[in-house]
Write a protein that binds this ligand. Structure first.
Ligand code: C5P
Length: 406
């Protein structure tokens, strides 16, 4: 493989500082970055800091004759494998969507013959504005792929979608692009649908285990993380089979969903979805169920309390991980722990026989909340990911799965 090189266009937004981190993360993966800094971008990061990280000249002005003598804008736009726009501001998206070429950044976007990936960053109202959504649809139709934006608190004090994806998520998207470059043709080669043709099983939500016709044992799992993972895998082109316990979430688009109640039903639905290339067990399966389900509602009596004897539920993750012709190539489990998170995750990896454990600390507000901080534990070691919205964690995990299955 030759040298890997991207062209990074840094637009003008408060998120521009995160692009410096992106350059560093890509360098660690042996991807070199050449950068174009827009005039607005230069209000947020200096050419000096960007140049120090890229160890290269930073390109800024379309009419800088020295630049033209050294390298024309056409060549600049084509000698990279991929053009990454981060942050992609509302203005940059608008100009790119309309084919304007009034500065070096937009000229490069118009002249390039390489795939373009954008990481939008803007105020939530600007993101939701009909004009931006129109530009987004146009850019997608033109073949541009997108990372983010994430939901969350913004520099301007508002809350909602518009935050630029974390540098690590953009790095993962770039690495997924490289992992799939040359696989298939057309869209697959752009990294947009690297999981095309793969089937992935995902479990999500709690299970409920009946005591009698009206009562059950269960837990507080919201299903949000599992549904987000299913959605992100589908976006990458996978044939996703989501087996979900009772949760109040809509079916993610493009995902085949089977709704179940008990662990036994969940196991049956999972086995029916095999063979699969990967399985991601996110469900908080109840560990126990009442050994016998009363046929009629238990009644209060004066003679004493009902005794509920428990039986152990099947371990779906361990069952799917067991060697056999139908074992998915990659089995991913989750570990929700409140203490000694990584040590427990490592033990769980061995006990369950899966390939990765996504460990999270649930001592805070993870259950039912919108953010998650995870560590990926594999036989090779541990990778800690920064706290991020569940959607961003899901996107990064989906890209990591795509890379592993490549
Ligand atoms: O053993 P523990 O419940 O902590 O393991 C968590 C992991 O195992 C999660 O991936 C969960 O989806 C999976 N699991 C399962 N079936 C069970 C219990 C847990 O698939 N009965």
């Amino acid at each position: 493989m030759g040298e890997r090189r991207i062209l990074l266009i840094v637009g003008g937004g408060i998120a521009a500082y995160k692009s410096l981190e992106l350059v560093r993360l890509l360098a660690a993966e042996n991807v070199r970055t050449r950068a174009i800094l827009t005039a607005a971008g230069a209000q947020f990061v200096t050419p000096l800091s960007l140049g120090a990280l890229t160890q290269d000249k930073v390109y800024r002005d379309l009419f800088d004759l020295t630049d033209e003598a050294e390298m024309g804008h056409i060549e600049l736009s084509r000698q990279a494998d991929l053009v990454v726009v981060a942050p992609a501001t509302a203005d940059l998206m608008a100009r790119a969507a309309n084919g304007l070429a009034n500065d070096l950044a937009t000229t490069a976007l118009l002249a390039t013959d390489k795939p373009v990936m954008m990481a939008p960053a803007m105020n939530v109202r600007m993101w939701e504005h009909a004009a931006t959504q129109r530009n987004l649809a146009q850019l997608k139709a033109d073949g541009v792929t997108f990372v983010g934006p994430d939901d969350g608190a913004m520099a301007c004090g508002e809350f909602g979608p518009g935050r630029m994806a974390e540098p690590a998520a953009i790095r993962d998207a770039v690495m997924a692009f490289y992992a799939h470059r040359g696989v298939g043709a057309g869209v697959a080669a752009t990294g947009a649908r690297p999981l095309q043709g793969r089937r992935i099983l995902v479990t999500a939500g709690p299970t409920i285990e009946p005591i009698d016709p009206v009562r059950f044992l269960s837990n507080r799992s919201s299903g949000k993380q599992g549904f987000a993972i299913a959605a992100e895998l589908a976006k990458l082109g996978a044939d996703v089979r989501l087996v979900a316990g009772p949760v109040g979430l809509d079916n993610p688009s493009g995902v085949t969903v089977t709704r179940v109640e008990t662990a036994a039903q969940m196991l049956g639905a999972c086995q029916a979805a095999l063979p699969a290339d990967a399985a991601v067990c996110v469900a908080a399966v109840a560990d126990w169920r009442p050994a016998a389900v009363a046929a009629t509602k238990l009644k209060k009596t004066k003679t004493g309390l009902p005794a509920i004897t428990l039986a152990e539920n099947p371990d779906i993750l361990a069952t799917l991980s067991a060697p056999g012709p139908n074992r998915p190539r990659l089995v991913v489990g989750f570990a929700a722990e409140t203490d000694d998170v990584e040590a427990h995750a490592r033990a769980k990896l061995a006990r369950k026989g899966c390939d990765w454990i996504v460990a999270n600390d649930v001592s805070g507000d993870v259950m039912g909340g919108d953010a998650n901080e995870v560590a990926i534990v594999t036989a090779a070691g541990v990778e800690r990911w920064p706290r991020a919205p569940k959607g961003a964690v899901a996107a990064r995990l989906a890209h990591a799965i795509a890379a592993a299955l490549a």
